[in-house]
Write a protein that binds this ligand. Sequence first.
Ligand SMILES: [Zn+2]
Ligand SMILES: [Zn+2]
Length: 306
Amino acid sequence: MPSGIEVIFLGTGGSLPTKSRGLPSVAIRRDGELLLFDCGEGTQRQMMHAGLGFNRTTSIFISHLHGDHLLGLPGLLQTMSSLVRDKPLDIFGPKGLTSFFKALHGTLGFSATFPVQIRELTPGETVERTDYSVRTTLAKHDITCLAYAMEEQERPGRFHPDKARRLSVPEGPLWRELQYGKTVKIDGKTIDPKNVIGPPRPGLKVTYAIDTRPCQAVRLLARKSDLLMHDGGFSLDRKEKAREYFHSTAEEAGTLARAAKCQKLALVHISAVTRDDKILLREARRVFSHTIVPTDLMILSLMRSP
Ligand SMILES: [Zn+2]
Ligand SMILES: [Zn+2]
């Protein structure tokens, strides 16, 4: 298994696009699979720029039904159909997502040429996958908005050949059994895998909380994330506007990242009014130094612990 994942910031703006920032979308590339969080208008072109391809196993997680977060879906699906995608596509989002697709189908007369499964999630639900899960919680916005956390399962501990040799376990099938966590017997002596295998190694955790005020539910969801992507496009001088529009200031995002003991914070949904990212960066870093303000198409590699 490769040693990490890639987070690709496709669109880092919010509400309306600017010349330099597209509407919200973040891709996670993980073992050849793609997870997309939000699909703002223009996402498909950003996917082309990032070389992500349109025929990967893909799951899309929509945070909420404000246009800037999902109007890229019709175009993306149409392109995938034109390119004769054959893999199924799973789309998750809050209540109302199904009627959005019904309306699309009714008005555009469009339907995908590949299986599309739409699943509405309620806050608190978890999507289980083979070796990771995606948990949701209710963010604090003016309509139902889901925050998501992608969490990989723990990996088995590292096998120590030197310890196995010291316990007189010969190299070969018995090593494999121990690696799979099975107890083995050598000359009547029982060898517990615990004696030759280190502690389980944690997987990566990435949390996406966009269009939200800072809130306890998101703080709990984001706990100990390797990366938290949080709404934080407002500078301190527009604090009241952030509150009024149910968004967060960069400083509020920093405070939450620190409280949730995250490793890294990426500010997203950068307001079109923000002229200088450095102000956001300075204000967030005052409380949480490991903050970045990603630009569109920036790639962040996250490595699993060895
Ligand atoms: Zn938005
Ligand atoms: Zn919104």
